[in-house]
Design a protein around this ligand. Structure first.
Ligand SMILES: Cc1cc2nc3c(=O)[nH]c(=O)nc-3n(C[C@H](O)[C@H](O)[C@H](O)COP(=O)(O)OP(=O)(O)OC[C@H]3O[C@@H](n4cnc5c(N)ncnc54)[C@H](O)[C@@H]3O)c2cc1C
Length: 592
């Protein structure tokens, strides 16, 4: 079955929950009104279902190939789809008008990428990565670099990559060896080998702007000695005309579990010409601008994939006749649709609660990235920066973990048929698995949340987040209809507050306390964020309880399911966190 974009749910989130048009108007951007946003999402949905969804299975089966050394061919149809995306100006959606873009807010861009990712993750990752390089250069580039590169990325003529990983340096980028030697003309000669570079070579664009982390000869050791460079595949002249081939070559492509249509390349730099982007030895911080952008983006792409898998599971569950539903005698058929079975409903509602909760949370996070840039009040901008820092690892890790779990459930709904290629769910499962691994593994995201963002400031920022959630529960507790949500949420806020303060204490004495608690802590805070989000959605829906639009009744029913059936998992997480590090760290390695 063909992927359908979840337009009504996105409308609910963007317009009724987050009130994006009103927010944009108050930030001096009234042109992005509800109708305009709807038009963009409708056009994105059409492109997704008509152009890239039909290439999804084909891209998986065909994959990328290397017909000649250094040359990478994407699957049939990918280039034509890319050209159509380019012709229709999609690359520039969230780029500045100064560079030929349309200046749409990040929250709309992320909604569009959920739709594209749901239709074809492998294809969508090419423009997604390119836009992230735009964000990097727009933040860190000199005026000349911006003028030279950004219009080319915004128009889609050129693509961009991020080149961090090396064979011996994955999570620990301090170990990287790629060198950058300064030249008399202000450029650098870059030498080294990067692995796993997404879109590192392809046949979609005329040129590729590689953003490369490397060390200068006199750089301090570790992460403090890493700088960021622009290294184009073809060297541009001052007018942006791509000229001579640079010494950048794709050595090989990876054969991997999923996203076969997205090339994953070894890129060899053999004295390639590059230019410093941002300050010397501050390259990791510069690259984090792009990585943080990508973390939210891959989170929404994961949500798109779980939506796609859910759509298949739901359609199947309505048609597949197996067994009798307890207590019923259905019509002339010998069996009933499996959607009537309690366990199948458990699986479907878990997916629905995960998808809609994660979507609302991710789009709120994207909205914060707009607020940090455009809100007229400096204090509000600062508040958005802090919240965004806290929520970025959460959205990346939570969305991708939920996406894998939900897609597994979608497969389970189809029974053995889910394991069969032609039903499509097995591709989704293979494709979605990468999101928990790249852009920093989910273990590393959890350490970022607990180690850096929470314990790093003694729990202050987390305390502010909990205060915001608590203020919400206080405003809705007096309303009877909201009590079933407000009361358990208030209890969870108190539990997380207590647990965070305990962790601030234990981590002072135990160097392993944070590492041992990080993953369950992120999931616990994820539950809190989802519970808060579901309560907010229920509050909106309750105002329309008389409406004939079924979305409101559906929101209330799913919020109830979430609170009654999924939120109780928090008790187990609290127990796991309180168990501390001893059972993990005491066994000698030869006991494993
Ligand atoms: C398909 C694909 C596309 C990719 N695209 C890109 C790209 O475009 N650009 C790019 O630069 N890279 C890319 N990567 C690389 C990716 O970002 C890395 O694989 C990832 O960051 C993890 O590094 P690693 O594989 O070396 O794992 P390692 O760092 O070796 O980690 C192995 C395990 O150890 C854990 N671990 C490591 N260090 C710690 C620690 N300090 N504390 C606790 N646990 C730890 C990890 O969580 C993980 O579970 C891609 C990878 C793949 C597979």
């Amino acid at each position: 079955m063909t992927y359908q974009s979840p337009s009504r749910d996105m409308q609910f989130v963007l317009q009724e929950l987050l009130q994006v048009p009103a927010m944009l108007a108050s930030c001096g951007k009234p042109e992005f009104d509800a109708e305009t946003i709807d038009q963009v999402l409708t056009a994105a949905s059409q492109f997704a279902s008509k152009v890239i969804a039909p290439l999804n299975e084909l891209g998986d089966e065909h994959g990328c190939s290397m017909p000649a050394p250094g040359v990478v061919q994407t699957p049939p149809g990918f280039k034509e789809a890319y050209d159509e995306f380019t012709k229709n100006g999609w690359h520039g959606l969230a780029c500045s008008p100064e560079h030929g873009g349309q200046g749409f807010p990040s929250v709309v861009e992320n909604a569009v990428y959920e739709i594209l990712g749901g239709a074809n993750m492998a294809w969508s990752s090419y423009p997604g990565m390119s836009h992230a390089t735009y964000v990097n250069v727009a933040t860190n580039g000199s005026p000349e670099q911006k003028a030279l590169y950004l219009p080319k990325i915004a128009s889609g003529e050129w693509a961009g990559t991020m080149c961090l990983t090396e064979p011996n340096a994955g999570t620990d980028l301090g170990l990287m060896r790629t060198r950058a030697v300064p030249q008399a003309d202000g450029s650098y000669l870059i030498t080294g080998s990067k692995i796993f570079i997404s879109g590192g070579e392809q046949d979609l664009t005329d040129n590729i702007m590689h953003l490369v982390l490397a060390r200068m000869p006199d750089a301090p050791p570790g992460v403090k000695g890493i700088s960021l460079f622009i290294v184009p595949k073809f060297l541009p002249d001052a007018h942006g005309v791509a000229g001579a081939r640079n010494a950048v070559v794709c050595g090989s492509i990876e054969h991997k579990l999923g996203i076969h249509g997205n090339s994953t390349c070894t890129i060899n730099f053999d004295g390639a010409t590059g230019w410093l982007l941002g300050a010397a030895n501050k390259g990791l911080a510069g690259m984090f601008v792009q990585m943080n952008h990508m973390r939210v983006l891959v989170g929404v792409i994961a949500i798109g994939l779980m939506e796609s898998a859910y759509q298949k599971a739901l359609a199947y569950a309505k048609e597949r006749l197996q067994g009798r539903i307890s207590g019923t005698r259905a019509s002339g058929e010998n069996a009933d649709p499996i959607i009537g079975h309690a366990d199948v409903r458990r699986m479907l509602l878990t997916q629905k609660a995960n998808i809609e909760g994660a979507r609302a949370l991710a789009l709120w996070t994207a909205q914060l990235s707009d607020l940090q840039r455009i809100h007229p009040d400096a204090a509000k901008r600062e508040e958005a920066v802090e919240l965004l820092g806290l929520l970025t690892p959460l959205v990346k890790a939570l969305s991708s973990d939920l996406a894998v779990e939900s897609t597994l459930l979608a497969m389970q709904v189809l029974g053995g048929h889910g394991y069969i290629r032609e039903n499509g769910v097995e591709q989704h499962l293979r494709d979605v698995r990468i999101v928990g691994l790249y852009e920093g593994t989910n273990g590393v995201q959890s350490m970022d949340l607990l180690g850096r963002k929470v314990l790093g400031d003694g729990g202050r920022q987390m305390g502010k987040f909990l205060d915001m959630a608590a203020a919400f529960t206080e405003t809705c507790s007096p309303r009877k209809a909201m009590r079933e949500f407000a009361e358990p949420l208030a209890q969870l806020i108190a539990d997380v507050r207590q647990l965070t303060s305990e962790l601030v204490g234990t981590s002072a004495d135990d160097p392993h306390a944070a590492g041992a608690a990080a993953v369950p802590y992120l999931r616990l805070v994820g539950h809190l964020a989802l519970a808060w989000t579901w309560a907010r959605m229920a509050e909106v829906a309750l105002k329309h309880s008389e409406s004939t639009d079924s979305i409101y009744a559906s929101k209330i029913a799913t919020a109830r399911f979430y609170y009654q059936r999924l939120l109780p998992q928090t008790a187990a997480l609290c127990g796991e966190i309180r168990a501390g590090s001893s059972a993990l760290m005491e066994p000698a390695i030869d006991l494993f």
